[in-house]
Design a protein. Structure first.
Length: 167
C-alpha cells in the first residue's frame, strides 16, 4: 500500500510538530478503513492561535481558536481527483489540551489528525449516533497505532466536547 501524499505546511516557529512520516502513518491508518485511494492527497497546515481563530470565525462563526479544522475537497461532476482536502491544526491549542489531559503531545496530535481526516471523508458528530460511530472508529484507528482511547474519562478532550457540533 502506498502512503498518502501530504502537503505539510508550517506557519509558526516550533520544533515539536509531527513529522511527515508520522502524518503519513496516521492518515494511512484512516484510509485503510475506507474505500479511498491510498495515494490520496491532503494538506495539513500547522498554525498559531490567530490564524486558527480567523478561520474558525470566518468559516464556522466561532470567534476562538480550535484544535483542528477540516475543509473537505469537493470534486467537480465528472472529474475524479484524489484530493481529500485540508486540515488546519492549531499547535497552541493542541499543546494546551495535551497538557490539560495529561497525555503525550504525539498521541493528541495523532487523535487530531485521525479526527480531522475522518471529517474529510464525510464522518461527522452532529447527532449523538454519528458521534458514537465516529468516536468508535477513532478509538479503533488509534488503538491500531498503539494509542489509548482519547475518549476515556481521564482523557476526555474538553474542547472536543464543545466542538462536537462544530468541527
Amino acid at each position: 500500500m502506498s502512503s498518502p501524499l501530504i502537503d505539510r505546511q508550517v506557519a509558526l516557529e516550533t520544533d515539536d510538530l509531527p513529522s511527515r512520516s508520522e502524518l503519513e502513518t496516521w492518515v494511512a491508518a484512516v484510509l485503510a478503513r475506507h474505500e479511498v485511494a491510498a495515494d490520496s492527497e491532503l494538506t495539513i497546515r500547522f498554525v498559531g492561535d490567530v490564524e486558527s481563530q480567523a478561520l474558525n470565525r470566518d468559516y464556522r462563526g466561532r470567534d476562538r481558536p480550535t484544535n483542528v479544522l477540516s475543509f473537505p475537497f469537493e470534486n467537480l461532476p465528472g472529474i475524479a481527483l484524489p484530493l481529500l482536502g485540508d486540515l488546519v491544526v492549531c499547535h497552541p491549542v493542541v499543546v494546551s489540551e495535551a497538557e490539560e489531559q495529561d497525555k503525550s503531545l504525539r498521541a493528541h496530535y495523532a487523535h487530531m489528525v485521525v479526527h480531522g481526516t475522518l471529517h474529510l471523508l464525510g464522518h461527522d458528530h452532529m447527532e449523538d449516533t454519528e458521534a458514537e460511530a465516529m468516536e468508535a472508529l477513532e478509538r479503533e484507528i488509534l488503538a491500531s497505532l498503539g494509542i489509548s482511547d482519547p475518549y476515556a474519562p481521564s482523557n476526555r478532550d474538553s474542547d472536543t466536547e464543545d466542538e462536537r457540533a462544530d468541527a
